[in-house]
Design a protein around this ligand. Structure first.
Ligand code: BTN
Length: 232
């Protein structure tokens, strides 16, 4: 599959631009990359700090609703694989969309969708390469701090692009296998966690995800399943 690439030195948000390509220009698949963003967005309306030197990458394409859930876990696994090939160890996958190195956030993923006749998925990926912001709620890190290997942004972009084309978009995948792999690398699995949903905190032991991708929280020998929310 060939994906048109839209490259910017500066843009408000690569996700917003992808959305406008779909809704206004009827371009239904592609990749948007920027050196820096002036209105980078994270989940829950948070700001995503986007100075030059880090990676801002959005890929968008049509998708079947039945594949929506699987993709988020598959994307995390593929990014983990890319980081592993830079000799970076201890990369874990945090529910539902982050990647951590040694318990510090290095990558955030913002998945959005649009229905315009068909369903389109917009996956925005931010990877801290040269620097990471100081955030009150969680520790952060960046790739250049975690590996001695030189990371060239254009190469990292290329690896991501290849992963989407050859391993993710329009590929057949077994959810069972994705779940098994994801659980292997899950952040804080089998540990006591606080889980937040709609401003309510649930406490319990995080048992990974089930075969439908729902988070399993064990409390008093009883299991609760969550499809939304975040680990806090
Ligand atoms: C999060 O952890 O809250 C998700 C962060 C996602 C940031 C990326 S950077 C590229 C794309 N454009 C945006 O405005 N956001 C995503």
């Amino acid at each position: 599959m060939s994906l048109p690439i839209f490259n910017f030195t500066k843009i408000e948000s690569t996700n917003d631009f992808a959305r406008s390509l779909i809704t206004e220009h009827k371009i239904f698949k592609g990749i948007v990359i920027a050196d820096e963003q002036t209105k980078g967005r994270g989940r829950y309306g948070n700001k995503w700090n986007s100075p030059k030197g880090n990676l801002y990458f959005t890929v968008f394409f049509p998708i079947l609703r039945s594949n929506l859930k699987k993709i988020q876990f598959l994307v995390q696994l593929q990014i983990r694989n890319i980081l592993k090939n830079y000799n970076i160890k201890n990369v874990s996958l945090k529910w539902p969309n982050d990647l951590y190195i040694n318990n510090k956030k290095v990558c955030g993923i913002l998945q959005e969708s649009i229905v315009l006749g068909k369903l389109y998925l917009i996956i925005g990926i931010g990877i801290n390469v040269k620097s990471s912001p100081k955030i009150k709620k969680y520790p952060t890190t960046y790739l250049n701090k975690e590996t001695k290997k030189k990371i060239i942004l254009t190469e990292l972009v290329d690896k991501l692009k290849k992963a989407f084309v050859s391993k993710i978009i329009d590929k057949k995948y077994s959810f069972k296998k994705i779940v098994k792999d994801w659980n292997k690398y899950a952040f804080n699995r089998n540990k006591f966690i606080n889980f937040k949903l709609n401003n309510k905190i649930y406490k319990g032991i995080f048992r990974g995800i089930n075969n439908n991708g729902a988070l399993i929280l064990e409390h008093n020998n009883q299991k609760d399943y969550f499809t939304h929310g975040s680990l806090v």
